[in-house]
Design a protein around this ligand. Structure first.
Ligand SMILES: Cc1cc2nc3c(=O)[nH]c(=O)nc-3n(C[C@H](O)[C@H](O)[C@H](O)COP(=O)(O)OP(=O)(O)OC[C@H]3O[C@@H](n4cnc5c(N)ncnc54)[C@H](O)[C@@H]3O)c2cc1C
Length: 416
C-alpha cells in the first residue's frame, strides 16, 4: 500500500476501512538465504537494504520480543553528524545523507526534523576543541560553526549563560542536526522490508548457533531450528550474550542508559542542545514533552531501568543549563541496554565463523547510525566486502592498534 495524500483522502472519505496492517505476521520457514538476529533499528534497516539494494528477499528477521521494543524505541532521538575521529566521521556523514531522504525512501514519515543541534562550551579550552571539530566537519563537507554567547542568547534565551560554575563561552552549531521519531524509524524499515518479502518474526529468541566445520548453518530458536548460510547479528545490548552462543568473546559490555520525558508543554526548546560540562542533552518532542538524558548508570546490567544517582546527576545538569526546567514535571523514565565498546566506536564485520556477521558496539550513537549501519551491514552480507564509509569498524582493531578512540563516555572526551 503506497501512502500518499490521495490515499489519506480516499480512506477518509470511505470510513478509514481500507488501511492494511503495516507488516504481515508470516509463517516461519525452516530455511532462509539470510537470517538477521534482532528486530531493532539496525536489524530492520539491514533487511530493508538487503531487499531493496541487493534484491535478497528470502530473509528472516528474528526478534525475541516485539519489533522496536529495544533501544530503537528507547532513545532520545538525536541525529547529528559531527563526529571527529576518522572512521566515525565519514560513517556518520553518510548516515546523515541517508536520513535526509529516508521518509521518501521508506514511503513512511519518520519525522526527521533538522531543527539544529547546539553543543555548549564552558571554557576557552572547550571552545578551542570544538573549533577544531567544526573545522573537521566543514573540511569533510558537512556544515558546522562556532557561535558566540550573544547568538546563543538570541536563539535560546532560557539558557543560563552566566551560571557561576558553568558559564557559557560559546557553542558548536550544526544546522543539519536534530531529531527523528524513533519508533517510526523501526516501523518504516519493517514495513519496507516486509513489503519486499522479508519475514519479520516476533517472539522468536535465538538460543544457539549450528556451526559445521567453521561454517554457520543455522540457528536454534525458541520456535525451533532454522537454516541459513548467512546470519547477521544485530542485537545491541545483548551482543556479548548472543555472541557467546557462537563462541565469540566480543569487546563489548552491556550498560544501562536512562531517558526521561516531562509532561507536554508549549513549544519552548527549538533545538537539540547539549551541556558541555557533563553528559546532558535535551530536545522537545512534537507532542511537547521535554526529552532528555545523561550518562550511563555505569554498572553492567541487562535491566531496562536505571537508578536514582543518575537521575540526580541529570536533574542537576538540566537545572544548571536551563533553570526554568525545575517547574516542569517529569512524566516517565526508562532504560535501554547499551552495547558499549572499549573505544566508543562500533563494529560491522565478519567473524571468524564463515557466514556469521556481526553488527554492534553502538554506544551512545546507534540511533543516528541506523541508516548507514543497515546499508553497510547489508553490503557486507550481500557482497562479502566492507562498504568504504564503514571500512574501519573491524573486530580485530584492538589487536592491530587501529582503535577509533571516541572514548564512548559522553559529550566532550575525544570529541564523541
Ligand atoms: C536511553 C537511550 C538514549 C539514546 N539516545 C540516543 C540518541 O539520542 N541518539 C543516538 O544516535 N543513539 C541513541 N541511543 C543509542 C541507540 O538507541 C542504540 O545504539 C541503537 O538503537 C542500537 O541498535 P538497535 O536499534 O539495533 O538496537 P535494539 O533496538 O536494542 O535492537 C536489538 C534487538 O535485538 C533483540 N534481541 C536480543 N537478543 C536476541 C535474541 N537472542 N534473539 C532474537 N532477538 C534478540 C532485542 O530484543 C532488540 O529488539 C540511545 C540509547 C538509549 C538506551
Amino acid at each position: 500500500m503506497f501512502y500518499s495524500a490521495f490515499e489519506i483522502l480516499k480512506q477518509g472519505l470511505t470510513g478509514n476501512k481500507g488501511w492494511k496492517p503495516v507488516w504481515r505476521n508470516p509463517e516461519l520457514k525452516t530455511e532462509y538465504d539470510v537470517i538477521i538476529i534482532g528486530g531493532g533499528g539496525h536489524g530492520l534497516a539491514t533487511a530493508h537494504y538487503l531487499a531493496k539494494t541487493y534484491g535478497i528477499t528470502n530473509v528472516a528477521v528474528l526478534e525475541r520480543g516485539y519489533l522496536g521494543g529495544g533501544n530503537i524505541g528507547r532513545n532520545t532521538t538525536i541525529v547529528r553528524c559531527d563526529y571527529g575521529q576518522p572512521g566515525n566521521s565519514e560513517f556518520y556523514s553518510h548516515s546523515m545523507k541517508l536520513w535526509e531522504g529516508l521518509s521518501q525512501d521508506l514511503n513512511y514519515n519518520v519525522m526527521h526534523s533538522q531543527r539544529g543541534m547546539l553543543q555548549l562550551c564552558h571554557s576557552d579550552e572547550q571552545v578551542g576543541s570544538y573549533r577544531k571539530r567544526a573545522n573537521m566537519i566543514n573540511a569533510r563537507g558537512d556544515e558546522a560553526q562556532i557561535i558566540d554567547r550573544e547568538t546563543i542568547r538570541k536563539r535560546a534565551p532560557y539558557i543560563d549563560l552566566d551560571n557561576a560554575r558553568f558559564p557559557v563561552r560559546g557553542g558548536l552549531w550544526q544546522k543539519r542536526g536534530g531529531t527523528a521519531r524513533h519508533d517510526a524509524v523501526a516501523w518504516g524499515y519493517a514495513r519496507s522490508a516486509d513489503s519486499r518479502g522479508v519475514d519479520l518474526i516476533q517472539n522468536c529468541a535465538v538460543t544457539g548457533f549450528d556451526i559445521v566445520n567453521g561454517q554457520v548453518t543455522g540457528v536454534q530458536t525458541t520456535r525451533g531450528a532454522i537454516k541459513a548460510k548467512k546470519i547477521g547479528m544485530a542485537v545491541a545490548g545483548r551482543s556479548s550474550e548472543v555472541g557467546a552462543m557462537a563462541g565469540l568473546r566480543l569487546p563489548i559490555e552491556s550498560h544501562v542508559l536512562q531517558a526521561f520525558v516531562t509532561e507536554g508543554i508549549k513549544p519552548f526548546i527549538d533545538y537539540t542542545i547539549s551541556f558541555g560540562m557533563g553528559h546532558f542533552y535535551i530536545n522537545q518532542s512534537d507532542k511537547g514533552g521535554l526529552v532528555f538524558g545523561g550518562d550511563l548508570d555505569m554498572y553492567n546490567s541487562y535491566a531496562q531501568r536505571g537508578n536514582l544517582p543518575r537521575v540526580e546527576q541529570v536533574a542537576e545538569a538540566s537545572m544548571a543549563m536551563i533553570p526554568a526546567i525545575g517547574k516542569v514535571r517529569q512524566l516517565r523514565s526508562w532504560g535501554g541496554i547499551m552495547d558499549m565498546s572499549m573505544d566508543g566506536s562500533p563494529f560491522i564485520d565478519k567473524t571468524h565463523i564463515d557466514g556469521l556477521f556481526f553488527n554492534g558496539g553502538w554506544c551512545y550513537g546507534g540511533f543516528k547510525a541506523a541508516p548507514a549501519s543497515g546499508a553497510a551491514f547489508a553490503h557486507l552480507i550481500a557482497t562479502g566486502q566492507h562498504a568504504e564509509y564503514a571500512s574501519k569498524f573491524r573486530l580485530d582493531r584492538y589487536k592491530t592498534g587501529h582503535m577509533i578512540d571516541e572514548a564512548g563516555t559522553g559529550a566532550s572526551p575525544k570529541l564523541h
